[in-house]
Design a protein around this ligand. Structure first.
Ligand code: CUA
Length: 357
């Protein structure tokens, strides 16, 4: 196990437990930086004190002027430069890893709110202040705030990220040592900031499956589908044919042409903005002010559910980028989840839409 090879670092007093390989690597770099600082401090102070003593004023002795030494100057420039390069390369590598979650990472959603962490799992489970993850699996946290800036921190994994209202923030980790670890909010967010704490449970796979199988009401995508219907989204965003609003099937993570000529990627941030402030970006070929603002109508948790639903609509059908009707015959792409439900709500919608155009 990777993390175990770094566990000696966790034996040092006052150091938080180490629950992932990356945490061990970050600690190693941190100790390296400290060691270099310590060595440089000792060398510089020893030089200052030593030379002060050596070149002190002596009665009857005239000081000899010193005119420098090229060898010395080049040496003390090049050696620190190389040490700095090591720091840069090492740090950049760790930073790159920390910013790029593996493709297979399971996505868990975190919503920060004064003063709690609300959690949503893809299988529909929800939780409060207690994050459950399987051991050895990559987990990506997509995080939003409902009010002020928070900061999500798991010291045992050496991960932390600000959670800023108005958009999504992300971090990822792969916990390799089962156990229970602290979660903190590390950004002052109000008078009970210090109580905005939680736990990370790193569970063995069996234990995790047991936990996950208890009490969920449909997957996250299914919860989103219910909201999609309840909020009337399905009356304009028709699934299998062009309605008044863009087709959502196959949209996720695809480029979208906007009416100002820009092309954006339909990622989580775009979908969130388009749900809450539909007029911020208008898809080419569509009009503004058709879709109501859902800002204030939907909680961050609802938005996450809706996005999960839109993601689940991934299919082979090309996304509608231009607002023109798709060619006949492409109406029902094969990979629809829950086809029964979709077909059931499809019939009345098409009937309602017909007179509008
Ligand atoms: Cu949330 Cu401090």
């Amino acid at each position: 196990m990777w993390a175990s090879s770094y566990r000696f670092l966790a034996e040092i007093p006052f150091v938080a437990p180490i629950a992932s390989k990356e945490a061990g690597q970050i600690d190693l770099l941190w100790w390296f930086l400290n060691a270099v600082s310590l060595v440089m401090t000792v060398v510089i102070f020893a030089g200052v004190i030593g030379f002060a003593f050596k070149y002190r004023k002596k009665p009857g002795v005239d000081p000899v002027p010193v005119h420098g030494s090229n060898v010395l100057e080049i040496t003390w420039s090049i050696i620190p430069f190389l040490v700095m390069l090591i720091m840069f390369w090492w740090g950049a590598q760790l930073f790159y890893t920390s910013q790029n979650p593996p493709k297979e990472a399971e996505e868990i959603f975190v919503v920060g709110k004064q003063w709690m962490w609300k959690l949503q799992y893809p299988d529909g489970n929800r939780g409060m202040n207690e994050l459950n993850v399987p051991v050895g699996k990559a987990v990506k946290l997509t995080m939003a705030s409902e009010d002020v800036i928070h900061s999500f921190s798991i010291p045992a994994l050496r991960v932390r990220h600000d959670v800023v209202p108005g958009h999504y923030d992300a971090l990822w980790f792969r916990a390799t040592v089962p156990g229970k670890y602290r979660i903190f909010c590390t950004e002052y967010c109000g008078d009970r900031h210090s109580q905005m704490i939680g736990y990370l449970n790193v569970r063995n796979q069996d234990d995790y499956n047991n936990w996950a199988s208890g009490g969920s009401t449909g997957t996250l995508a299914e919860q989103g589908q219910a909201l999609f219907t309840q909020n009337g989204c399905s009356t304009c965003h028709l699934l299998n044919e062009q309605g008044r609003c863009p087709i959502l099937k196959g949209l996720y993570n695809k480029p979208v042409l906007l009416n100002d000529g820009r092309t954006v990627i339909a990622d989580d941030a775009y979908l969130r903005e388009s749900i809450l402030q539909p007029n911020a970006k208008i898809v080419s070929g569509f009009e503004a002010n058709i879709m109501p603002n859902f800002q204030g109508q939907l909680s961050e948790e609802n938005v996450i559910q809706l996005i999960a639903y839109i993601k689940s609509l991934a299919s082979t059908a090309p996304p509608s980028q231009t607002g023109t009707n798709p060619p006949a015959g492409t109406g029902v792409p094969p990979a629809i989840r829950k086809p029964k439900t979709i077909l059931k709500e499809q019939a009345p919608i098409a009937a309602v839409r017909a007179p509008q155009q």
